[in-house]
Ligand binder design. Sequence first.
Ligand code: FAD
Length: 472
Amino acid sequence: MPSMLDAVVVGAGPNGLTAAAELARRGFSVAVFEALDTVGGGARTEELTLPGFRHDPCSAVHPLGAGSPAFNAMPLARYGLQWLQPPLPMAHPFDDGTAAVLSRSVAETAASFGPRDAGAYRRLVTPYVRRWDTLVRDFMSLPLSALPRDPLTLARFGLDGLPPSTWLMRRFRDDRARALFAGLVAHVIGPLTGIGTGAVGLVFALAAHAVGWPLARGGSQSISDALAAYVRDCGGTIHTGTEIKRLDDLPPARAYVFDTSPTALARIAGLGRAYDGYRYGASVFKIDYALDGPVPWTAEEPRRAGTVQIGPSSREIDTALRRASGGRVPGTPFLITAQPTLVDPARAPEGKHVFWAYGHVPHGWEGDLTDTMERQIERFAPGFRDLVLARAVAGPPQLAARNANYVGGDIACGAANGLQLLLRPKATLFPYRTPHPAVFLCSSATPPGPGVHGMSGHNAAKAVWRQLRGEG
Ligand SMILES: Cc1cc2nc3c(=O)[nH]c(=O)nc-3n(C[C@H](O)[C@H](O)[C@H](O)COP(=O)(O)OP(=O)(O)OC[C@H]3O[C@@H](n4cnc5c(N)ncnc54)[C@H](O)[C@@H]3O)c2cc1C
């Protein structure tokens, strides 16, 4: 290691690894320090239940990863990353045994909403689908880390997306489309009436049409392993099993880039109360299942879908989100589930399956949602429980213990609702900079926020390389 590094990165999650790769590939000397014994943060794969069952304890499905300008600019396929597309990106079953779908095809998706809403959906998404590549680059570079390439489309997207998602959902007359869209918005783990929530639903819908909702072959760990291998090939070093508690724990460097929570950053870098106003939000209750066979969905569409949303109506989804973010356990939780072995049978012994599910619960909640979640799954897949060979459960305390960034079990590393959905970690045009001129923040506590896409890491690295080159 040189006596003075150009940059040190703390945390080897997707954003930390992306920041390291972006700097190393530009010729800067970089070292990464990760608290856990393996790289990956929220993109990892482990045998959590039984031998031969390879689960993703955190992220599983990657519309934002497949659409990420940062990932797509790196040769990650050369390092083993392969996106696997399920026949259907997502299905949303209803009590009557039918399902709405989010398909690669706009027409198939629209048709699944029924004749009264098919046209409204086509009119909503078609203008953006054609311009996805520039839109996603502009959207994920906000605020202002680059000039928009297509300002008109971005402005139109802002008009549609900035108001609450409930405004967009008024375009639909039936609840099939509304419920599916509400499920997309639920990724914010906050009320559907929040500012900017329309954009969240739209981005997930557009991604399905433009790039799909793929899973990584072998599990999400392969995203992190590919990033780490690329960092090393570009000359960077990665040190695992090293929790950083103070800036003095790190070697001398011209820049320090933190893939941590703002609170931890303030503590480690001695920034006092710089992020005292930052809010942490609701959590999830996560269950990883080893199954004896595929999930016996009543409807046909979920059997072909990588992701299945379980929320019978937009009203029930809204109630579940309000309760979880308001500190009460939802009686009928909204569930997001994923079926990795549908596209990647090698992740379980022959004929067996891994199944991934979570529902929203309050910040720091210490209860057990297993029975409630399984009753909901049984509602749409009777016989599910009979297939369970083993399960690994993790509520907020376990999630927080796994990853210091999940404060109180908040998997978004800070509430992604209210103004903090758009302006994180605080209202500034330079969210990656901190009060310390050599210290930067690159975690999902910065724009564009949660998800495995590396764009926070990319945007933060840009601020770092500009400073190192004396450009600003
Ligand atoms: C249950 C669950 C399901 C999810 N599902 C999806 C999904 O399907 N698709 C999707 O795109 N996203 C999903 N996510 C979100 C996604 O995982 C995160 O948004 C993403 O991982 C954030 O990346 P990051 O690099 O900012 O932080 P993280 O991935 O959290 O990485 C931070 C890293 O920093 C390390 N670290 C923290 N403090 C220190 C310290 N003091 N010293 C050294 N190291 C430190 C941590 O150990 C960790 O490795 C999910 C998350 C969870 C928990």
